[in-house]
Design a protein around this ligand. Sequence first.
Ligand SMILES: Nc1nc2c(c(=O)[nH]1)N[C@H]1C(S)=C(S)[C@@H](COP(=O)(O)O)O[C@H]1N2
Ligand SMILES: [Mo]
Length: 249
Amino acid sequence: MVDLPRRSLLAGIAALGATACSKINDSEAARGLFEAAEDGHRAVHRALAGKQGLAPEYTRAERSPTFRGNGSVTVADPFYKQQLAGGFPDWKLEVRGLVEKPLALTLADVRALPQRTQITRHDCVEGWSAIGEWQGPQLAHLLDVAKVKPEARFIVFRCADTLYGRDYYESIDMVDAYHPQTIIAHSLNGEPLPEKNGAPLRMRIERQLGYKQAKYVKSIEAVTSFDSIGQGGGGFWEDVAGYQWYAGV
Ligand SMILES: Nc1nc2c(c(=O)[nH]1)N[C@H]1C(S)=C(S)[C@@H](COP(=O)(O)O)O[C@H]1N2
Ligand SMILES: [Mo]
């Protein structure tokens, strides 16, 4: 999916080169044109690499001594409360929507998948930041296991909490969904996620702001559009306060 624009862009550049080649191969002008095409090629590569560029990662020593909780710091749902008390034995993370193989994973299943650990900085629009070490499987891996259908354009995260009486949710595009630093974190600084930080599972989408980092994630859903979810803005704060859907840091 992420490959499609790349292929068509590179095909376009190849076509450009082929035309130049057949018409004016040996002249100075041709060399200039080829060099220009080469530069163009590099520019395209850089642009695409930029799209998949990594957010900065930090050392353990740089971690914030405390990682505050913000927005919902507790979940009112009785099933959640009961699960929290017992270490989430019957909690299930669903992967559904436009997938060939819907999944319902226990926390043990999530922990058994290949893991990524990353120490990153969280930036909240309210004016604070914190550096934390997160661990969990890459979303890309889960989407591969569930076999996302080619028509999926967005991934929606539904959360267990409500804020101002509304269900918290978020969504991202497929570029961020397959980004290597997009993980479903079950641990913070080497410990299971505390309730305030989104226990048992929360998203880390490291090139975006705090409000995209959905906590208390219950389900991951592949969709073609989020128009009919919430108020159609693609996320809680997008709906409530008109925050940008793409919240690049
Ligand atoms: N489910 C849910 N996810 C959420 C929120 C929330 O209220 N509910 N708040 C968001 C905001 S604005 C921020 S800054 C971060 C806060 O993460 P933290 O509590 O781990 O600091 O979570 C984000 N994800
Ligand atoms: Mo935030």
